[in-house]
Write a protein that binds this ligand. Structure first.
Ligand code: 9J3
Length: 289
């Protein structure tokens, strides 16, 4: 083949390859590497955020983080802060999860001292808002959300709210991740969605023996669940500026990949041998099944 035709052929192939990974926004969609360590840092997707959407009565200001371009519709995650906290205390999760392919709503509660129960109401309202963004024509997420892939998360009283909302609304969500949850006498025996409880053995505000551990034990055995207790971890281990967010991130994202997206390649990171590399970090790592 003459050099010129070869160059043209290569150019055509290059254009075809590039177009295969470009969506309607004209931005190349990235690809996730299936690798546990890759979940400790930001993922392949370029992200954006916005905070202007129809208001709801159940929470105050909020920010939605999302990946700019993805090949398929994406899951949604709503996240609530704890007592006296606001978005900034937990918003590291927003860009992190969005960069791995999720639409993430981080909210301010109406009142910083409101109960876990009201935080649960806020989370369910946020899930409904994310689903509605899929059909709001002016939304950057119009047509981009898979409304059957929704998760809720929260810190402390927001973690209590996560458990309460999962207990009462398992029909509206697919996964729950409370971190260092706080709810005295919390019994969550109606939770039917896979739940990852993230706890710290040195939590002096929501001591695990009175909070995260009995919460976990109350979840029905028919529901997939994991209790992950970080040795020496305190009440703020999964908040912005936590000491080992890479570890928290790996398990949180693997949970979403497995139970929101149904991507079985991530099961190994939660339930298989890969998980054993972290044995020294955990005072307890209990799985069901
Ligand atoms: O959300 C939380 O950090 C709960 C902290 C707490 O002990 O509240 C007591 C009223």
């Amino acid at each position: 083949m003459p050099a010129k035709s070869l160059r043209i052929s290569l150019l055509v192939i290059l254009v075809l390859l590039t177009s295969a990974y470009t969506d309607s926004s004209g931005v190349a969609a990235a690809e996730e590497t299936i690798n546990f360590a890759a979940l400790a840092v930001d993922g392949p997707y370029e992200i954006r955020a916005y905070s202007s959407f129809p208001e709801v009565t159940e929470f105050g200001d909020a920010t939605i983080y999302y990946p700019l371009a993805t090949e398929a519709a994406i899951g949604g995650v709503a996240i609530a802060p704890g007592f006296t906290e606001s978005q900034r205390h937990i918003n590291w999760w927003g860009p992190r999860l969005a960069s791995h392919g999720y639409a993430v709503l981080v909210l301010n509660t109406n009142e910083v001292r409101e109960s876990p129960s009201l935080r649960g109401d806020a989370l369910i309202a946020a899930v409904r808002l994310l689903k509605a963004e899929n059909s709001r024509s002016a939304s950057p997420l119009n047509g981009r959300i898979d409304v059957n892939k929704m998760a809720i998360m929260g810190h402390s009283m927001g973690g209590g709210g996560t458990l309460i909302a999962a207990n009462n609304h398992s029909d509206e969500i697919q996964a729950a991740i409370p971190f260092t949850p706080w709810q005295p006498d919390g019994v969550f025996d109606q939770i039917a969605v896979p739940t990852l409880v993230i706890a710290g053995s040195n939590d002096s505000i929501a001591a695990v023996d009175a909070h995260a551990w009995p919460h976990y034990q109350s979840i029905p055995s028919s529901t997939p669940s994991v209790y992950m207790e970080i040795e020496g971890g305190n009440h703020f281990l999964a908040n912005s500026n936590g000491p080992d967010l890479g570890t928290v991130s790996r398990y949180g994202i693997a949970w979403l990949k497995l139970y929101l997206d149904g991507d079985e390649r991530y099961r190994e990171f939660i339930f298989g041998d890969s998980q054993k590399i972290d044995a020294a970090k955990f005072s307890r790592y209990i799985t069901n099944p």
